[in-house]
Write a protein that binds this ligand. Structure first.
Ligand code: MLT
Length: 239
């Protein structure tokens, strides 16, 4: 049995994910936003690699059936209905809608993870339910790949910490689990921090969000098990 962690979406080579159980993580904030949107009644979230692609995908759709959402440098994209804040994804706003989401790191990481089976969307806010689903996929397949969205194709502490917690949860009780080097490091990292809030306090993405007066988003993203939804990405839709 084997668990591989990739600290950036550039890690897996072409074909590496085909038929494998995959979890994609962008704690601050894209995967948290997706979990919140679906838990609050959105019909689906469509991740786009770029804002232009998100706009293109909605070109022929009925206006009242979808919402465009996304950020650049953590700030809402001009002309889009929503930014990338999980706190914006309230039932009043998203219920029954399809959300087309374009973010800097999170949605491109999801688009790159297509081919995994299943592709699960992970965050702290759904961590308990995620760990259960990922563990089931791991036991069925004997194999799991965890992809961190990272920041600008670089290591991000909050995603690596989450990956380590997931490695710990899925390998619990299993004998002889092989880890790649990144999975071993992610696992060791979990011992360095007391809890989610502790790890997120320290990371650069949280500092940037706080400077933009988005500290409440950081607190939202650091609160485990707000939701039991485990979104799955298949055929270009997250549901
Ligand atoms: C991303 O995809 O890079 C992030 O979700 C950025 C953000 O916090 O908006």
């Amino acid at each position: 049995m084997r668990v591989d962690v990739y600290f950036t979406p550039l890690g897996p080579k072409e074909g590496d994910l085909a038929g494998r159980g995959v979890v994609v993580i962008d704690i601050l904030r894209a995967t948290t936003t997706i979990v919140a949107a679906l838990a609050n009644g959105a019909k689906a979230v469509i991740p786009a690699a770029t804002s232009e692609e998100a706009v293109r995908l909605t070109a022929n759709l009925e206006k009242d059936g979808f919402l465009l959402a996304g950020e650049r440098k953590c700030v809402k994209i001009e002309g889009f209905a929503l930014g990338n804040s999980p706190r914006e994804m309230t039932p009043e706003v998203v219920a029954g809608k399809t959300v087309f989401l374009a973010t800097t790191n999170g949605t491109p990481a999801l688009v790159a993870a297509q081919g995994g089976d299943p592709v699960l969307v992970g965050a702290a806010v759904n961590f308990g339910a995620l760990a259960e689903r990922a563990r089931a996929a791991f036991q069925e397949r004997g194999d799991l790949a965890i992809i961190c969205a990272g920041r600008e194709k670089q290591f991000a502490l909050e995603d690596a910490y989450a990956a380590g917690r997931l490695v710990k949860a899925v390998k619990k009780g299993a004998r002889k689990v092989s880890l790649n080097d990144a999975a071993a490091v992610a696992l060791a990292l979990t011992d360095q921090y007391g809890a989610w809030e502790d790890a997120l306090k320290r990371c650069a993405a949280a500092q940037q969000l706080k400077e933009l007066n988005l500290g409440e988003d950081v607190a939202f993203c650091a609160t485990p098990d707000r939701f039991h939804t485990v979104p799955t990405f298949a055929e270009r839709r997250i549901t």
